[in-house]
Design a protein around this ligand. Structure first.
Ligand code: SF4
Length: 210
């Protein structure tokens, strides 16, 4: 994936590796992304629900497990921060394996759906039995809109890759949904129809304009 444009990893150690929103425990394992979405809040600041998700260095396996052990009262674990967790696929798999041994808790990944392009192979089988649900940022009903909103380094292949990822994940992962941000100019009805054609439902996330 090195030939593609990936946001850089900062160099020093940050602190918010695990954070709770309601009863879900979120894991923030990277700030790197394969997209540079024009609506992403992280380009203004890395704050989410009062948590500073800027990582001065990416956490190790041990640091993630310690961060989880510090938390109580969650009924779901979600790989989701201001970065694309599946860029760190080996770590995701290792963490999920360990979590499955220790916690009786479903595990979700929120993803941009480009992991197969990043890694150059179908990585979905590696998540089977570990990841219970996947939420994929579809973000657009067509290639042109996707490129405009997400600045994918994969060009026209990026949007096709996301659609293929949703279709393939649906075959192997118990729960798969697509999501879209309700941005001006995005045809939500067309996104819903596309998601349905891929076999999943669509979650519409509100854009605040902030
Ligand atoms: S993939 Fe997610 S975290 Fe990355 S730039 Fe886009 S919205 Fe932000």
């Amino acid at each position: 994936m090195s030939e593609h444009k990936i946001t850089p990893v900062p160099q020093k150690k940050g602190v918010t590796v695990a954070y709770k929103i309601r009863n879900s425990l979120y894991l923030n394992i990277t700030n790197r992304c394969s997209n540079i979405c024009i609506f992403c809040p992280k380009f203004d600041e890395y704050k989410l629900h009062g948590n500073d998700l800027f990582l001065l260095a990416e956490p190790t396996f041990e640091e993630v497990m310690l961060a989880v052990a510090d938390q109580k009262g969650f009924d779901e674990i979600v790989f989701c921060g201001f970065g694309e967790s599946l860029i760190r696929l080996e770590l995701v798999v290792r963490i999920a394996q360990e979590l499955k041994k220790t916690y009786n808790t479903p595990i979700r990944i929120n993803t941009d759906g480009q992991a197969n392009l990043v890694h150059g192979r179908n990585i979905i089988p590696e998540l089977v039995g570990l990841i219970d649900s996947v939420s994929v940022s579809l973000n657009a009903p067509d290639t042109t809109t996707y490129i405009r909103l997400c600045n994918t380094p994969f060009g026209a292949d990026g949007f096709k890759g996301v659609c293929d990822f949703i279709r393939d994940a649906k075959k192997l992962i118990p729960h798969v949904i697509a999501s879209v941000v309700n941005l001006p100019g995005v045809d939500i009805g067309a996104c819903r129809a596309l998601a349905a054609s891929l076999g999943v439902s669509l979650r519409v996330r509100e854009f605040t304009g902030e």
